[in-house]
Design a protein around this ligand. Structure first.
Ligand SMILES: *Cc1c(COP(=O)(O)O)cnc(C)c1O
Length: 434
């Protein structure tokens, strides 16, 4: 790599301290930048589409807190909601109006969600959703898909995406084999694989859980008819269909992937965007199923900080700010402009690049062929990705530090931000070819 023009002395110093007291120096693996061969920069502050590190370098941020910040950092309406919330109190441990308002908004926007339970993370949402599905169907097994990530609960750490794919550990030690046996992981985009599993394990499968648009193996789109097929198979075999829309909810469309593809899942998991940058998650669905959750039913699930008033207020402010009818058209056009520009640059340099994109999300796979499942994603050239990523970083572009993640376009990325990113990408690709 050419010498970075950035000074990152303080980042290096603080990160060295971090590694003494935090495993790998981080509180979530993919932040570590291990996969792209560098130490992470330490962030000091952020505003709109930008991050500043502790050495005062500015970066255009294409991570956006992993998708949560669709309005960018410190959006005035979100900040104001949190400031007001602070004056009312940070946590009550008792019911409050903001949690009702956020639940009402979600149920209104997603017709498949008739009732919802707020939790503190996407992980909590998915692990609670499968507990509920198991209770409702009185069955124990679940189907998931290779490369999908549903948080870090035991049942999902089997051929999982995100940080596990990045670190090449796609399944985790510490998960009991007894539990692993209950998770069937199948290739994404193959309906025959799902039908076969149902035939083999009739009456055992409680649910199919899927990222309807996969964002955690890098971005992988569902083939035409695939989600419809999952819906039909779940119904046919008496299993629930769970859409994990922690990433795609309020991003690929206001109503999420279920609105975009017009599919009604039985349960939906949410997180990220619905918290406006504060810790949040939620799971919801048909009333008849959700009424099994305690205290209206016997399926136990609780949380000291669940429905936290600050998180609810931040989420509400963010979701209301997205209601402008221009929002998703603009987000889609910006994503497309970035995707087209990057593809053009790679083509000019004759570097094999598959650009995968959908409204608000984009992955650059350094691969020749289209990427329609995890095994295709794994064929991408991760060494080239690392070089390219380092080239971006030293030019002030903060791209997700993994081949197996999606970048997130926000509503505050300007045309200039996109142009600056394309210029940096062109230079970085040229440096990679040297
Ligand atoms: C981020 C993510 C999760 C986990 O959410 P956390 O808040 O990190 O626990 C689950 N599912 C999907 C699809 C995600 O993108």
């Amino acid at each position: 790599m050419t010498q970075s023009p950035l000074t990152t002395a303080k980042s290096r110093q603080y990160f060295a301290r971090a590694t003494q007291v935090l495993p790998g120096g981080v509180n979530s693996p993919v932040r570590s930048c291990q996969a792209v061969g560098v130490d992470p920069i330490m962030i000091d502050r952020a505003d709109a589409a930008y991050l500043w590190d502790v050495d005062n370098n500015r970066y255009i941020d294409w991570v956006g807190s992993w998708g949560a910040l669709i309005l960018g950092h410190r959006h005035p309406r979100v900040l104001e909601a949190v400031e007001v919330g602070l004056r009312y109190g940070t946590s009550f441990g008792a019911p409050c109006l903001p949690e009702v308002e956020l639940a009402e908004l979600i149920c209104h926007v997603m017709p498949a969600v008739e009732m919802v339970r707020m939790v503190n993370s996407g992980t909590e949402a998915t692990m609670s959703a499968i507990r509920l599905a198991r209770a409702y169907t009185k069955r124990s097994s679940i189907i998931k898909f290779d490369g999908c990530y549903h948080g870090h609960a035991d049942s999902f750490l089997i051929k999982a995406g995100s940080g596990l794919a990045t670190l090449g550990i796609s399944s985790s030690p510490g998960v009991p084999a007894e539990l692993t046996r209950l998770t069937i992981s199948l290739p994404f985009n193959s309906l025959p694989a799902v039908e076969q599993a149902f035939k083999k394990h009739a009456d055992e499968i409680a649910a199919i859980i899927v990222e309807p648009v996969v964002g955690n193996a890098g971005l992988i789109l569902p083939a035409p008819g695939y989600l419809e097929g999952l819906r039909a198979l779940a119904t046919k075999y008496g299993a629930l269909l769970i859409f994990d829309e922690v990433m795609t909810g309020f991003r690929v469309a206001y109503g999420g992937a279920q609105a975009l593809y017009n599919i009604k899942p039985d349960l939906t998991c949410l997180g990220k965007i619905i918290g406006g940058g504060l810790p949040v998650g939620a799971y919801g669905g048909r009333k008849e199923i959700m009424e099994m959750v305690a205290p209206s039913g016997p399926v136990y699930q609780a949380g000291t900080l669940s429905g936290n008033p600050l998180a609810m207020r931040a989420g509400l402010a963010q979701l209301k700010s997205l209601q402008n009818p221009q929002t998703y058209g603009e987000l889609s056009r910006n994503t497309q402009r970035l995707a087209d520009g990057l593809k053009e640059i790679a083509d000019k340099a004759t570097i094999p690049l598959t650009v995968s994109s959908i409204t608000g999300m984009i992955t650059l796979f350094f691969a020749k062929s289209p990427v329609d499942d995890f095994s295709a994603a794994q064929k991408a050239d991760t060494a080239l990705f690392s070089k390219f990523w380092q080239g971006l970083l030293c030019r002030g572009i903060y791209w997700p530090p993994s081949q197996f993640e999606s970048a997130f376009v926000s509503l505050v990325h300007s045309k200039a931000d996109i142009d600056d990113t394309l210029t940096a990408a062109e230079e970085s690709i040229a440096a990679c070819c040297e």
